[in-house]
Structure formats: structure tokens, C-alpha cells
Design a protein around this ligand. Structure first.
Ligand code: FE2
Length: 230
């Protein structure tokens, strides 16, 4: 497996191209925008983009889908049905975040209507990319339709905005639920071996073992009811 990360958008989102080195098939996980570096990397290294693989429907993760689909029309587009409202409502998402209409252009947040999804992720399905096999795990809590993609042979998991180095995803946006997120992380991510490398939607990589022992939201050091560290 080869992984190339592009940090894109005003939100410093980690867009990743994940490649089966044997077959040169790849997926693009969460194209926040279709930067020329991203497009050129896929084109100029002879990769076949099989899919635009979306962990969830927030704008900084799906904003480049239309442009990527234009560049790579054979790629399928996959998202869990729970986040379709976010996805198809993309042009309006910045307004819900409190961004004013006159700010959209300068922030790179003017979006076209997104293309139709090819299909929805199904919890528990195995998604094959050449010789890579991703298990698709529904992880609601940051959004209703968030999924993570685990390649268990390679011991790598792509977690979007569920889990970060020392932190977890926001739960104050529409569809967010703190208890549900903790439950999702515990069942669908922490059940992977400690050595599994965690690739988050923002910030650096970590491991399941590190988060199991150090992440204050998972060790119990942080109590939401008190709203502060204890
Ligand atoms: Fe998000």
C-alpha cells in the first residue's frame, strides 16, 4: 500500500490517495478540493482512480468531488446514506457554519452542485481496490453517516473526523452525538490491533494503541458532564 497525503482547503484537511502498488488501482479518500497537485499525482504516476471514497459529508472532505469526477469520470463516488443531506446540500454548508455569502469566494468555499453518488457504503462490507481489502465500518457521532475504512492486513485505518491524535471529532454540528461517537470509536476503531496506524482527516497520524492509552476522551480523563479535564 502506498499512501500520499495532500493537505487541502482552508480547513487543512488531509486528502489521501491510497494505492495498491501491484495493480496501480487507487482510491482518493476525502478530496476536500481537487488541487492540481492531487490531479497531477494520479495522472502522472499512471494510477487508475477507482473511487472517490468519502468518509462523511462535511464540506472540507467532499468539496473537491465534482472537480475530481470531472477529471476522472470513471471513478465511482461512495458515501453512507446518512450523510447524503450534507453531500447534496454542499453549496449551503458554509452558511450553516456561519460563513457569510460575501466571504465564500475568498475562502474557496463556492461549490457547484455535487455529482450523483454511485452508491452508498454499507456497514460491514469489504471494498476491494486491487489487492487491498478495506472493511467499511459505520461510525456515527461526528455525523450520522460517517464511516471509517480499515485495511486490516496492512494495519491501517482511515478515520476521517472520528478520531485525532489526542482528541476526537466535534459533536456540536448537526447530526453530532458525543455518546454515540465514543461508542463508535470504541467498537469500530479501538477493536483493531494496537499497532494499527490511524490516518485522521486533520493533523498527524497516530496509532490505535497510542489513543487507547493516551487519548483523554477514551481513557476517561475527560468528563463531558463536567465540561473540563479532571
Ligand atoms: Fe467533519
Amino acid at each position: 500500500m502506498l499512501i500520499r497525503t495532500f493537505v487541502l482547503t482552508a480547513f487543512q484537511q488531509n486528502t489521501r490517495v491510497v494505492v495498491c502498488e501491484k495493480t496501480r488501482k487507487c482510491i482518493c479518500i476525502d478530496p476536500g478540493e481537487a488541487s492540481s497537485e492531487l490531479v497531477d499525482f494520479i495522472r502522472n504516476t499512471g494510477l487508475e482512480l477507482q473511487a472517490i471514497a468519502l468518509t462523511h459529508g462535511h464540506l472540507d472532505h467532499v468539496g473537491g468531488t465534482a472537480a475530481m469526477a470531472h477529471e476522472f469520470p470513471d471513478a465511482e463516488i461512495l458515501l453512507h446514506e446518512g450523510d447524503e443531506d450534507f453531500y447534496y446540500g454542499l453549496p449551503k454548508q458554509p452558511l450553516f457554519l456561519g460563513i457569510q455569502p460575501h466571504q465564500l469566494a475568498s475562502m474557496g468555499l463556492e461549490y457547484d452542485e455535487p455529482p450523483r453518488l454511485t452508491r452508498n457504503w454499507q456497514d460491514g462490507e469489504t471494498y476491494e481496490v486491487g489487492e487491498l481489502r478495506f472493511s467499511v465500518r459505520h461510525c456515527p457521532g461526528h455525523t450520522k453517516g460517517h464511516v471509517v475504512l480499515a485495511e486490516e492486513t496492512e494495519q491501517k485505518v482511515f478515520v476521517g473526523d472520528c478520531l485525532f491524535l489526542g482528541s476526537i471529532g466535534r459533536t456540536d454540528l448537526p447530526g453530532g452525538d458525543y455518546d454515540q461517537l465514543i461508542d463508535s470509536i470504541t467498537r469500530q476503531i479501538m477493536s483493531l490491533p494496537d499497532e494499527t496506524v490511524v490516518y485522521s482527516g486533520h493533523g498527524p497520524e497516530t496509532t490505535v494503541g497510542r489513543e487507547r492509552t493516551m487519548n483523554p476522551f477514551l481513557t476517561g480523563a475527560y468528563q463531558l458532564s463536567k465540561g473540563r479535564y479532571i
